[in-house]
Write a new protein. Structure first.
Length: 375
């Protein structure tokens, strides 16, 4: 089936086209009376004319199709731009409306003058506000929740206070006291023997003996032990003989730490007076002491000699009367202060020799015959 579509023009029209179109064919009749068209075809052969017509038809249709497509695209672009502009306008209007709404709501709650949050905070921190009421409720010194809870748990009437009270019969103190009394009554003699520093088999006695015996073997290898000396002091004091303890020599960093303990044990053994002398290194003694110190205490030999020189004005020994027995300098002053405090603590040198009662009834004037009798 064919259908016709054409352009019908009058005889005066220079260009007329008649087009017949079917489902599978297009037939076109072109009549062109224009001068430049006639001149274009006049010099061509029949084949060239046919080819020019085909090319003109093909190129013309393609150009018209492209132009139509571009027109449609431009039209769609204009339509899209219009739609986008409209959407943008509506969005801007919506955003502005939302911003105004948010500003209104925030102003309602957070305005510094009459905002609800400001009013709420003011009422919360006011003198009689919510915070004050809560603090009064929980932290009041008498009626607060915390005070009542502490009173129930650790107050005078609480179970814990009763347990810790020293007057409660079932309290911790009374129970411990009863337990200690039971233990002390069962092993009192053994405990006293173990803690006695003069008891040879006691725990404390063994420790002090080993400590002093080791030092005694270094300083006085052939002298009697400290325990033996204390026993003699106790016996002499027991029969009324005045006893003095002499802590000598005081060797820095070797035996100076023993001073307080020696004075304490001596006072317990009956000594009334005490004295001390600092280490003295005259003549050849200093070389012998240095050799002994290097052998016995190599790690602290230099420190010991440094303290000795500090007491002697930078020398190993100074024989000046008045300072040779006690030394000078900071270490000597600290040692003297320690000695005085220890004597005061243990009751030594109290009253000096004025308290010593001597028996002069046995005194006899020596005769001219020489040696007196020892009996």
């Amino acid at each position: 089936m064919e259908c016709g579509a054409g352009m019908t023009n009058s005889n005066t029209t220079p260009l007329s086209v008649s087009v017949l179109a079917s489902a599978d064919l297009i037939s076109a009749d072109v009549r062109d009376a224009r001068t430049h068209s006639i001149e274009l075809f006049a010099d061509l052969s029949e084949h060239q004319r046919d080819q020019l017509g085909v090319d003109a038809w093909r190129i013309g249709l393609h150009a018209i199709a492209n132009a139509y497509a571009q027109a449609q695209e431009a039209k769609l672009k204009d339509i899209g731009g219009s739609i986008t502009a409209e959407i943008d306008r509506h969005l801007r209007a919506h955003v502005e409306e939302q911003q105004r709404t948010i500003a209104t709501v925030l102003g309602k709650f957070f305005d510094p003058k009459d905002g609800q949050v400001t009013q709420r905070l003011a009422s919360f921190v006011a003198d009689q506000g919510d915070l004050a009421r809560l603090l009064e409720k929980f932290l009041a010194p008498q009626s607060g929740v915390l005070a009542q809870t502490l009173a129930r748990q650790v107050g005078e009437t609480s179970p814990l206070f009763k347990k810790l009270s020293p007057t409660e019969t079932d309290g911790v103190v009374k129970v411990l006291e009863a337990q200690l009394r039971a233990v002390m009554s069962d092993g009192h003699a053994e405990l006293v023997r173990a803690l006695d520093p003069l008891e040879k088999d006691g725990a404390v006695g063994r420790f002090l003996t080993s400590l002093r015996d080791e030092l005694k073997r270094d300083l006085e290898p052939r002298a009697s032990s400290a325990a033996a000396r204390l026993r003699i002091m106790r016996k002499l004091a027991g029969i009324g003989v005045p006893v003095r303890v002499m802590f000598s020599p005081v060797i820095p960093f070797v035996n100076d730490h023993e001073m307080d303990r020696v004075l304490e044990l001596s006072a317990e053994a009956g000594a009334r007076h005490a004295s001390y002398t600092m280490l003295r290194l005259p003549w050849e003694v200093k070389d012998l002491f240095r050799e002994w110190l290097a052998q016995r205490y190599p790690l602290k030999a230099e420190h010991v000699m440094s303290l000795v020189r500090q007491m002697r004005g930078g020398k190993d020994y100074v024989a000046e009367f008045g300072t040779r027995m006690r030394g000078q300098g900071q270490y000597a002053e600290l040692t003297a202060q320690r000695f005085r405090l220890a004597c005061k603590r243990y009751g030594l040198n109290a009253g000096r020799d004025a308290e010593v009662e001597l028996d002069f009834s046995q005194f006899r004037v020596p005769g001219a015959g020489g040696q007196m009798s020892l009996l």
